[in-house]
Design a protein around this ligand. Structure first.
Ligand code: PA5
Length: 369
């Protein structure tokens, strides 16, 4: 359900008719919305690929490090958030070319790159190999798959043909399946199927055929309109979901967006929301049943501060009660909202020209004059 005390739509967006499936499809020629709504199937297939994985043992493993950037790297954030209260060893996420110093022979390093060609991630792979870490690669091919094959490193293969960000179900559940097969995490059992079934049901509720009055994702896109989204979640699952919303809004809707976590934001960000500063922003709070009660108690007063700055506010509640269902339902809601916002703004959700421009400029520079 979408809730929020500040009502009203915002102004000046392109106002595509979100209930016109032909117009929606025309504005999304590569099928981003379909890929987003297929998340349940992706989770099932990713888990099947990961749990069929052989060739690695957890014996003596003292830490897990997931290395990856962007749409691949967030799979590490999700694994960390899901397991920080369920695993006796630390899970670290490395988002850059530097493999943390502690990573050595007893560290299981998961190198995740959908394309297999991301420079920072490949640098971590090479370093982990040199240090004798226990390695597993996750991706759809590219240089990562080649290097893995050359060095006898096992690979969790993800199907090609997606944008990295839409492969999140494969990347997260492929990694979880591999960690389970290696004995690092306890068996997920029915959790995967119940998450996937919940996501299938959610896809029906927020799909293109559901009209605005019954469609939470369309309502959220309309509420954001031409304001800038600020997304807050509770430390842990909510915080990761907020980051994912931010990046989906950036890449699909092509808007600046911001994410922060409670309770930390109560110690700094709230001061910035002073009279008038929120007038061009919409706050979306992501809530779930597993929040720490002390953190949950902070939301009403924190939202009150934000609203007093002129911000609109909408609250989104996760589906389900288990952590994987809650987190992945927030992920799907955010992605669908970002695609509907792209339609309202008249932009194709798929291209990410700025990312490609930077990658190729740096690759050209690396080759030298
Ligand atoms: O969304 C995207 O396409 C990016 O954030 C990529 O995921 C990021 O650039 C890393 O690429 P890859 O996931 O192929 O390693």
């Amino acid at each position: 359900m979408v809730a929020g005390s500040a009502g009203g739509r915002t102004v000046n967006v392109a106002q595509a008719d979100l209930d016109d499936p032909v117009a929606l499809a025309a504005g999304d020629p590569s099928g981003m919305l379909r890929a987003v709504l297929d998340l349940g199937a992706h989770c099932r297939e990713g888990y099947a690929a990961g749990s069929a994985f052989r060739g690695l043992s957890a014996e003596g493993v003292t830490a897990v490090a997931v290395c990856g950037m962007g749409g691949s790297g967030i799979s590490g954030d999700i694994v960390r958030a899901l397991y920080r209260e369920r695993l006796g060893i630390p899970v670290t996420v490395a988002k850059g070319p530097v493999l943390p110093m502690f990573c050595g022979r007893d560290t299981l390093v998961v190198v995740s790159s959908y394309s297999g060609n991301t420079a920072e991630t490949l640098a971590c792979f090479d370093e982990a190999l040199a240090r004798g870490c226990r390695l597993v690669a996750v991706g759809s091919g590219g240089s990562l798959a080649e290097r893995a094959q050359e060095n006898g490193v096992p690979v969790v293969a993800v199907p090609p043909g997606f944008q990295p960000r839409t492969a999140i179900g494969y990347l997260v559940f492929g990694t979880l399946g591999a960690l389970e097969a290696a004995g690092v995490i306890p068996p997920l059992g029915g959790e995967v199927e119940s998450a996937a079934a919940e996501l299938d049901a959610l896809a029906g509720e927020i799909g293109p055929d559901r009209p605005v009055p019954e469609n939470e994702a369309k309502q959220l896109a309309l509420a954001i309109g031409d304001r800038f989204p600020v997304v807050w979640g509770a430390d842990g699952l909510g915080a990761v979901a907020a980051i994912r919303w931010k990046t989906e809004l950036n890449e699909n809707a092509k808007v600046p967006a911001f994410a922060a976590a409670l309770p930390e934001l109560d110690h700094n960000e709230v001061v910035g929301w002073s009279a008038g500063t929120g007038e061009r922003f919409v706050l979306v709070t992501l809530r779930h049943d597993g929040e720490h009660p002390d953190v949950a108690a902070r939301f009403p007063i924190s939202v009150e501060v934000a609203e007093s700055s002129g911000m609109l506010h909408r609250e989104v509640r996760a589906r389900g009660t288990t952590p994987p269902v809650a987190l992945m339902s927030l992920v799907m809601l955010g992605s669908a909202t970002s695609v509907y916002l792209a339609a309202l703004r008249g932009v194709d959700p798929t291209p990410i020209d700025a990312i490609h421009r930077i990658k190729s400029a740096l690759a050209d520079g690396a080759e030298g004059p």
